[in-house]
Design a protein around this ligand. Structure first.
Ligand code: AKG
Ligand code: FE2
Length: 320
């Protein structure tokens, strides 16, 4: 495991080693459904890892190899995919927090907005095309399952989030590449943030560097082979009326080897524009009044991007 230097702690100490309070929740999806209710982890951490989830390891490995292939090309080959704005089907960008993040992002990303309408196959770079299509199919099934489990964890019918609310209708798949960093004390891979969508399901490689905030401490998320990481995003915090909290996280870099991750965000700015999302009525009562006003996902994404990558979510601005 690599460690962030003290000036990157943002006043949060690293989690004490060996304290079971800080051991990251892992949910085994094999076996009886009742055994893997993610309610506790979603409410307390806003984050959990899942194992035995059905994205074959070979599918995860192939897209990571494709990510290395894409980013190891020279700039000339990559530049046709470069976009400065996020609302394209395929967006390659480098250091996207450059003008707004508190610390430069030591990372490159190629993002594919796969749902509701995927890009044309020829818009996806040939060196990663098949991998993107295969991973996207597999991760969509996992996303669907997560929405069922999270619906149940909220005490709703299992189809509520996916079918009733259309939470899985938009999906963005980001392939992140964190180059080896000669001076890791001067940069972060991605500075602290919460994810904007409903949930994020991600696959990390063996290198490590992802950290989440739990009870005011930075906790390393050690890579577990085959495991996927699930983050609660801001939109799920909004519709769950704070029952589930979006998790603050970041990626630290190292001077040993590059790292790649594959990150699927369920909920993107291409979703049905007229649909408004607010706290789910079934979760509200006199003792539990709505905390946030309704907003369309398009506006939420737009405002969150516009605000800049300053580490704060846009949610507080929607408080009633
Ligand atoms: O690379 C990772 O593990 C996390 C990346 C991330 O937080 C993001 O893309 O939003
Ligand atoms: Fe993230």
């Amino acid at each position: 495991m690599f460690h962030a230097p003290p000036h990157f702690l943002n006043g949060r100490p690293p989690a004490p080693a060996g304290d079971p309070e800080f051991s990251v929740p892992v949910i085994d999806l094999a076996g009886a459904r009742d055994d893997h209710d993610p309610e506790d982890a979603s409410a307390k951490w806003g984050f959990f890892q899942i194992v035995n989830h059905g994205v074959p390891t070979s599918t995860q490995n192939k897209i990571k190899a494709g990510t290395h292939r894409f980013f190891n090309q020279d700039a000339e080959a990559k530049k046709e995919y470069f976009r400065a704005e996020p609302m394209s089907k395929v967006v390659y960008t480098s250091n996207y927090g450059l003008y707004t993040a508190p610390v430069a992002y030591w990372s490159d990303v190629i993002l594919f907005n796969m749902a509701p309408e995927p890009p044309e196959p020829e818009q996806i770079p040939a060196c990663i095309r098949e991998n993107v299509q295969e991973f996207s199919e597999e991760i969509s099934k996992v996303g669907g399952l997560m929405f069922e489990l999270l619906s149940e964890a909220l005490g709703l019918a299992s189809n509520h989030l996916k079918e009733e609310m259309g939470c899985a209708e938009g999906m963005g798949l980001a392939c992140n590449y964190y180059p080896h960093c000669p001076q890791p004390e001067l940069a972060l891979g991605i500075t602290h943030h919460t994810d904007i969508g409903f949930i994020t399901v991600l696959s990390q490689d063996h290198v490590g560097g992802l950290q989440v905030v739990h009870r005011g401490h930075w906790v390393d998320v050690p890579p577990v082979p085959e495991a996927l990481v699930v983050n609660i995003g801001d939109m799920l915090q909004l519709i769950s009326n704070d029952k589930f909290k979006s998790v603050e996280h970041r990626v630290i870099v190292n001077n040993v080897e590059p790292r790649v991750s594959t990150v699927c965000s369920f909920g993107n700015g291409f979703m049905l524009k007229s649909r408004m999302y607010g706290p789910i009525k079934e979760l509200l009562s006199e003792e539990n009044p709505p905390i946030y006003r309704e907003i369309s996902i398009e506006e939420f994404f737009f405002k969150s991007y516009k605000k800049g990558f300053d580490g704060n979510s846009y949610l507080p601005q929607l408080k009633l």
